[in-house]
Design a protein around this ligand. Structure first.
Ligand code: NAD
Ligand code: TDX
Length: 352
C-alpha cells in the first residue's frame, strides 16, 4: 500500500515548504488540499506540480462532502493540518473568515478524519495520525522574562489567536473523546521564501527595495522568536513520525529579537548586497500607530521536542535572514504574481 500524506494549506507559506520537503526527501504520495485564498498559490508549488507523487485538490476544508471525498479517494495514513487564515492584522479587520476556516474548517476536517480512521481501524497498515499545526500566540503575551511551555494556560489576544486556540481545543477533544490519534504543535514566528508579503519580514524587504517608509508598529520593542521555515517543516515531519499521540510539542527558533532589531538586520543585509547610494535603508524606518491588542513578547521553550524527539533548529537567524533577502530579490516576479489578487502592501489591522 502506498504511503499517502494529506497536507492542508499546502499551497501557503509553511505548507508548501512541507510539501516540497516531503516530495524531495521521502517516497510518500502527497495530497495538497487548499482552496487557494489570497495567501495560497500554485506558484508556491512549482517545484512539485509535475511530480507524479503530488496531487493538488482545490477544495475548502470547511466543505464536509469534499473532505469526505478526499479521504475516500486518497486513503491517507496521515494528515498535516496547516490550512488557516494566518494574518493577525487581517483578523482585526475581518474576523469572520478566521472563525469559518480556523474553527469550523478544523472541526469539519477532524470529523472527516475520524470517519476515515474508524473505517481504516484494524487494517494491516501503519496507524493513522493527525498533526494539528498551531501557534505560540494561543498562550497570549509574556512580559520581559520567561517562556511558553506546553503547559502554559491559553490566553489569546487577537481574533486570529483566539480562533487557533479554539481549533487546538477541538483537536485535543477529538483525541480525548474519540481516541483520534492527534498530535499538536505550537510554533513561533516563521520566516523564509514564499511568505506572503503582508508579514513583517517580507514587508520590510519590499518596502525597503521600493524606497518606501518601513512601518514599525508602536515603539518597535515588541519581541518575537524567529524560526526559519524549513526548520519548522522538519520539526513537523519529526513530530508526525516520532511524536506521541495526545501530546503537544512547542517549536521555536531560539532566536528572540525585538522587531526593531529585525528591521535593522534586514536593512544591514540590504545595505551590503543592494546599496542605495543615498544612505542606509535604516533611514526609511517609520514608527506608526500600534496594532490593537499587540502582544508584547513571545518566547518558546522547545526543550521537549529537542529532548524527546531530537529535533533542533539548524539555521541561524543571520543566515536565514540573508537567504530570505536574497530569495525575495531573486523572485520579484513571484511577488508581483501573488499581489495580483489585490493587496498593495498598505497598512492592515488598525481596527478602523
Ligand atoms: P498562509 O496564510 O501562508 O497559508 C495558509 C494556506 O491555507 C493558504 O494556502 C490558503 O489558501 C489555505 N487556506 C486558507 N483557508 C482555507 C480553507 N478554508 N480551505 C483550504 N485551504 C485554505 O499561512 P502559513 O503562514 O503558511 O501558516 C500555516 C499554518 O501554520 C497555519 O495554521 C498557521 O496558524 C500556523 N503557524 C504559522 C506561523 C507563521 O509564522 N506563519 C507560526 C506558527 C503557526
Ligand atoms: O508592517 C509591520 N510592522 C510591524 O511592526 C508588520 C506586518 C508587523 N509588525 C510587527 C507586529 C509584530 O509584533 O512585527 C511583528 C510580527 O508581525 P507579523 O509578521 O504580522 O506576525 P505576528 O503577528 O507575530 O504573527 C505571526 O507569527 C505567529 C504569524 O503571522 C502567525 O500566523 C503566527 O501564528
Amino acid at each position: 500500500m502506498s504511503d499517502t500524506i494529506l497536507v492542508t494549506g499546502g499551497a501557503g507559506f509553511i505548507g508548501s515548504a512541507v510539501v516540497r520537503q516531503l516530495i524531495r526527501e521521502t517516497d510518500a504520495e502527497v495530497v495538497t488540499v487548499d482552496c487557494l485564498t489570497y495567501a495560497g498559490h500554485r506558484a508556491n508549488l512549482a517545484a512539485v506540480l509535475n511530480s507524479p507523487r503530488h496531487h493538488l485538490v482545490v477544495e475548502d476544508i470547511a466543505d464536509a462532502a469534499a473532505m469526505n471525498d478526499v479521504f475516500e479517494r486518497f486513503e491517507p495514513r496521515a494528515v498535516m493540518h496547516l490550512a488557516a487564515e494566518s494574518h493577525v492584522d487581517r483578523s482585526i479587520d475581518g474576523p469572520a473568515a478566521f472563525i469559518e476556516t480556523n474553527i469550523l474548517g478544523t472541526y469539519t476536517l477532524l470529523e472527516a478524519a475520524r470517519h476515515h480512521w474508524r473505517e481504516r481501524d484494524g487494517e494491516d497498515t501503519d496507524p493513522f495520525r493527525f498533526l494539528h499545526v498551531s501557534t505560540d500566540e494561543v498562550y497570549g503575551e509574556l512580559g520581559d522574562e520567561g517562556a511558553f511551555h506546553e503547559t502554559t494556560p491559553y490566553d489569546p489576544s487577537s481574533p486570529y489567536s483566539a480562533s487557533k486556540a479554539s481549533a487546538d481545543h477541538l483537536a485535543r477533544a477529538w483525541h480525548r473523546t474519540y481516541g483520534l490519534p492527534v498530535l499538536v504543535t505550537n510554533c513561533s514566528n516563521n520566516y523564509g521564501p514564499y511568505q506572503y508579503p503582508e508579514k513583517l519580514i517580507p514587508v520590510i524587504i519590499l518596502k525597503a527595495l521600493a524606497g518606501d517608509p518601513i512601518p514599525v508598529y508602536g515603539t518597535g520593542e515588541n519581541v518575537r522568536d524567529w524560526l526559519y521555515v524549513d526548520d519548522h517543516a522538519t520539526a513537523l515531519r519529526t513530530v508526525l513520525e516520532k511524536g506521541e499521540t495526545g501530546e503537544t510539542y512547542n517549536v521555536g527558533g531560539r532566536a528572540e529579537r525585538q522587531n526593531i532589531e529585525v528591521v535593522h538586520t534586514v536593512c544591514d543585509v540590504l545595505d551590503e548586497i543592494r546599496p542605495r547610494g543615498d544612505g542606509s535603508y535604516r533611514s526609511l524606518i517609520s514608527f506608526v500607530t500600534d496594532r490593537p491588542g499587540h502582544d508584547w513578547r513571545y518566547a518558546i521553550d522547545c526543550t521537549k521536542i529537542e529532548n524527546d524527539l531530537g529535533w533542533t533548529p539548524t539555521t541561524s537567524f543571520e543566515d536565514g535572514i540573508r537567504q530570505t533577502v536574497e530569495w525575495y530579490i531573486d523572485h520579484l516576479d513571484w511577488v508581483d504574481e501573488v499581489l495580483e489578487s489585490g493587496y498593495d502592501l498598505s497598512r492592515l489591522g488598525t481596527g478602523a
